[in-house]
Design a protein around this ligand. Structure first.
Ligand code: MOS
Length: 717
């Protein structure tokens, strides 16, 4: 592995050393302000009213009684709201979600659709009036149930091919010594970030100012400018601290409502979504139904691989959860087929959620591989080693680096895999059956064009300005370390300012691409700044500023398969009488590029793995198909893993410097969740001898499966 050593021997490299978050003190003392708590003089508060029907039309919004209630200033709805421009494709190549473009017509395409905004002097008055607002509807029959083989399923036309195919699948399956053909399902999952969405909008000297909680201030700025037909330079979006996003914090109804209301009322307006409102307005991970067919020779080498996935989307917006995409990267076979299909239902619009595609897709393919290992009598790790592709199975492109086997070898050593008896249902500890499981992880490693401003200040310090977002990842701290090395100084002398659209165009915090994209821009600007300073003309009082733009450098990158990889290990204890599953330990070893800050990187990976446990055992948003709405859409009804559910999790990495990146980074935001649920599910099989192909593995599913076994209980030792 190569390391970048600063030219000045007196300055130690900051990248690769553990640093607590630069804003950590502000966060734990409450000095850090979030979008919903920054004070503004004359602030008014908007409260959203959501549809109580699942499909139909709004017949009447009875505003008059509500407008007479204390403190009420306005009621916005489709009858009086300004028209938005919605016929465009945004920065990220997708059109706006009509659920964000509020009050444009009277149709209701799902339960929890925004039908009105009540604005009042206080949040309490706004809520009181919103709950009193009478809305009448014309109701139509709805369909909210995702089922395999739904007649409405179709292959979407997107930038990613919906289907890939090579070879004769049926012939290879017929010629295979071992075949697995199974269905796997995952439920609707919610992002459940700590901080709900919140925005305050105001007009200030002819400029629209929005203080928001988002994953890309420039992204939200551009979308708001387009929707309201404003010049982008007339809009400023700031998003300094963000309490989690996981893919859900883009342009949404709350910002649009705040802008409409401040424009109508000529005073600052804040709109905060409630936890319940997030269930229909903030996106979610679609449920999936997936079909995997694997055929292999007696040695477990794949001859046939088919991975088909179906997800739901709303009637008004097409979102594809590309679960079968993971098979295009991970495993090759003479016959190889993948398909991501989608069906429009009367449900809210799903969106990106941590490892979109890879998270549910890896559950199906990595569980199927475990079944193949069992049937072929090959160790699950050895099976994966034997099926390592030399190039991208679909693209044929070389991998920039693929250190998956190194992850498995190191993980196996540390987890004690060699001592494992492959037969299921043999290990007991009192009432508990014990088992271990493993699975592979991968996630794309990309970078997107970004600009950065780096200033040498007259006092010898440096200021970095970039429209980056730290959604809790530690990105601000990582950029501080990267800038320090690039400027050959110490982190203490570097101030990184982020979350302001006025700093210029930059990648969002998404796709595990944020820190890599921003680091590239910061490094480029810093290098040029040092050259400028070396000319020795001195620093004027306003400092010396250099602006970088990585568009050309990124366009020159060779086409390769670029991914992070990982090996997940889990040990579970299962009580088939009570249905409890307890994860006893978990280990993840990753090959995820150069690790900038081991402290926050470990935090990211452990966070992803924790979510994998939660995905395997707990998380499930349940819809009542009779009404079309959720049961208990809150954090009591929707269980995310808590401390009691999570053991000590160990995450570590192997050397994996990306040679094509100036810092060697790949990105670590998402790979931690990939394969984690499969490792847990595979361990549950090893403990009990029963395959659970439906997530989450709930107590009732454990109990029912145990009852249905021949003999009525766990396998005999
Ligand atoms: Mo992530 S799902 O790309 O925010």
């Amino acid at each position: 592995m190569t390391t970048t050593t600063p030219a000045s021997a007196a300055v130690r490299a900051a990248v690769g050393t553990a640093h607590t978050r630069v804003e950590g003190r502000d966060k734990v003392t409450g000095a850090a302000r979030y979008a919903g708590e920054i004070p503004f003089a004359g602030l008014a508060h908007g409260w959203l009213v959501l549809s109580t029907i699942t499909r139909g039309r709004v017949r009447e919004v009875r505003t008059a009684p509500v407008l007479r209630m204390p403190g009420v200033l306005a009621v916005l709805h489709h009858g009086n709201a300004p028209r938005l421009r919605t016929d465009y494709v945004g920065l990220l190549g997708v059109p706006p979600d009509p659920a964000a473009c509020v009050f444009q017509d009277d149709r209701v395409p799902f339960a929890g659709w925004p039908v009105a905004l009540v604005v009042a002097e206080t949040p309490e008055q706004a809520r009181e009036a919103a709950e009193a607002l009478a809305v009448t509807y014309e109701q139509e029959p709805h369909d909210t149930a995702l089922v395999a083989g739904h007649p409405g399923a179709y292959a979407p036309q997107g930038h990613m091919p919906a289907e890939t195919a090579k070879g004769d699948l049926e012939a290879e399956l017929a010629a295979s010594a071992v075949v697995v053909a199974e269905e796997y399902t995952t439920p609707e999952e919610q992002h459940s970030m700590m901080e709900p969405h919140a925005a305050t909008a105001l007009w200030d000297g002819g400029r629209l100012e929005v203080v928001d909680s988002n994953q890309g201030a420039g992204w939200v700025r551009d979308e708001l400018a387009t929707l309201f037909s404003l010049d982008p330079s007339a809009v400023r979006v700031r998003s300094e601290h963000i309490g989690g996003g996981f893919g859900s914090k883009g342009p949404r109804a709350h910002q649009v409502c705040a802008v409409m209301a401040t424009t109508a009322l000529h005073r600052p307006v804040r709109v905060v979504l409630t936890r319940r409102q997030l269930f229909s307005l903030a996106g979610y991970r679609s449920p999936t139904t997936q079909r995997v067919r694997l055929g292999a020779g007696p040695d477990g080498r794949l001859r046939a691989l088919e991975h088909r996935s179906l997800n739901q989307t709303s009637r008004v917006y097409e979102f594809v959860e590309p679960s079968a995409g993971v098979a295009r990267v991970m495993y090759d076979a003479a016959a190889h087929r993948t398909a991501n299909h989608v069906v429009r239902l009367d449900v809210p619009s799903p969106t990106w959620m941590r490892a979109p595609g890879e998270a549910p897709g890896s559950f199906a393919i990595e569980a199927a591989l475990d079944e193949l290992a069992e049937r072929a009598g090959v160790d699950p790790i050895e099976l994966r080693v034997r099926n390592e592709p030399q190039a991208g199975p679909v693209s044929g492109l070389p991998f920039s680096s693929r250190n998956l086997v190194a992850c498995f070898r190191e993980g196996a050593r540390r987890f004690g895999w060699a001592d494992r008896d492959p037969r299921p249902g043999l290990r007991r500890d009192g009432r508990w059956l014990l088992g271990t499981g493993t699975a592979a992880a991968s996630f794309g490693a990309g970078a997107a064009p970004s600009t950065a401003l780096v200033t040498a200040e007259a006092d010898g310090t440096f200021t970095v300005r970039i429209t980056a977002a730290d959604i809790g990842t530690g990105a601000r701290t990582a950029l501080t370390l990267i800038a320090a090395d690039a400027l050959r100084t110490t982190p203490e002398r570097v101030r990184v300012r982020i979350g302001d659209s006025d700093f210029g165009q930059a990648m969002i915090a998404g796709g595990s691409m944020g820190t890599r994209s921003w680091a590239w821009a910061v490094t480029a600007a810093a290098a040029e700044l040092l050259e400028r300073l070396a000319l020795g003309t001195g620093i004027p009082p306003e400092g010396v500023t250099v602006r970088s733009d990585t568009t050309e450098a990124l366009a020159a990158l060779a086409q390769k398969e670029r991914h992070s990889f990982g090996a997940q290990f889990a040990e579970v204890a299962v009580d088939t009488a009570t249905g409890e599953v307890r994860v006893r330990r978990m280990l993840g070893i990753f090959a995820a590029g150069r690790i900038v800050n081991p402290l926050t990187a470990r935090n990211q990976l452990v966070g992803g793995m924790t979510w994998g446990i939660s995905m395997a055992l707990h998380e499930e948003a349940v819809r009542d198909h009779r009404t079309g709405a959720h049961y208990a859409p809150d954090l009591a009804g929707y269980h995310v893993a808590t401390h009691a559910d999570v053991p000590d999790i160990e995450a570590d990495w192997v050397d994996d410097h990306d040679p094509d990146d100036p810092v060697g980074i790949k990105g670590i935001g998402e790979v931690g969740i990939v394969g984690a649920a499969a490792a847990v599910a595979n361990a549950v099989w090893h403990a009990t001898g029963v395959r659970h192909r439906e997530l989450p593995i709930r107590p009732d599913r454990i109990i029912t499966a145990a009852r249905n076994r021949p003999g009525g209980g766990a396998v005999d030792a």
